[in-house]
Ligand binder design. Structure first.
Ligand SMILES: *[C@@H]1O[C@H](CO)[C@@H](O)[C@H](O)[C@H]1NC(C)=O
Ligand SMILES: *[C@@H]1O[C@H](CO)[C@@H](O)[C@H](O)[C@H]1NC(C)=O
Length: 223
């Protein structure tokens, strides 16, 4: 009898813990009006300590980080400019950030994900036509060609890509509900690690011969 009650209690505790999970996954809510990042602080915390309020100035809440387009002359024809907390200290503790992505004609922001609790990646196309796609846990691909002022949403943590399918350059911004959403690009995580991923792991993963894996690896040698 007592043990049955104990099991019920355990089930309730697990249910309560699961219910709390969504609040734990994204950035925690701030505890003060603002906490402008102090990059010079000697202490390390999960995030950045706050500058003393007396030293906070208007420019701490302003950023021109994404005003100008970066150089897209690279093999992917893509380049990302981030206004995350490290470039924009006023974002510290606010659970928000933004990035500008420039794509040359045919350019591709290769499949990647943002691990740190970005609840969503909201893609707003400023110029051009961009095919945005993400894959679900069931390996279904959801994609749309997104044009100027149109939006597409990428749910938290899922693999996604952006491909310029228009005739000219394309520019879009991605908005995150995290001050530093992080970035994982599986191709780089597999083929450009230091030290290198063991060959047996790569060959087995791709059901390929080692010579075929070497061909792919050679393409990522410069990254
Ligand atoms: C992205 O653009 C910046 C600024 O133009 C440039 O310094 C950087 O090398 C570019 N990165 C790549 C991968 O092309
Ligand atoms: C862009 O990068 C390429 C390759 O690094 C370089 O040749 C070119 O001069 C750069 N363009 C500008 C406008 O900086």
């Amino acid at each position: 009898m007592a043990s049955a009650r104990f099991v019920v209690l355990q089930v309730l505790l697990v249910a309560a813990a699961l219910a709390a999970v969504p609040f734990v996954l994204s950035d925690p809510p701030p505890l003060q009006d603002f906490c402008v990042a102090d990059f010079t602080a000697a202490t390390a915390v999960d995030g950045f300590p706050c500058k003393p309020a007396s030293t906070v100035v208007d420019d701490d809440f302003f950023s021109s980080a994404i005003v100008s387009g970066p150089n897209t002359s690279n093999p992917f024809g893509a380049n990302t400019t981030r206004a995350t907390v490290s470039a924009f200290p006023g974002l510290n503790t606010l659970g928000l950030s933004i990035a500008r992505i420039d794509l040359a004609p045919g350019g591709l922001n290769p499949p990647h994900s943002h691990p740190r609790g970005s609840e969503l990646v909201l893609v707003l196309v400023l110029k051009g036509e961009v095919m945005v796609g993400f894959t679900s846990g069931a390996n279904r691909l959801y994609s749309k060609v997104v044009k100027e002022n149109e939006l597409f949403i990428v749910p938290r943590g899922l693999q996604h890509f952006q491909h310029n399918v228009g005739a000219g350059d394309a520019v879009f911004v991605a908005m995150f509900d995290a001050q530093s959403p992080g970035l994982v690009v599986p191709t780089f995580s597999l083929f450009a690690t230091k030290p290198a991923m063991p060959m047996e792991v790569l060959a087995k993963t791709f059901l390929m011969g080692e010579d075929e894996v070497d061909v792919i690896k050679s393409k990522f040698a410069g990254f």
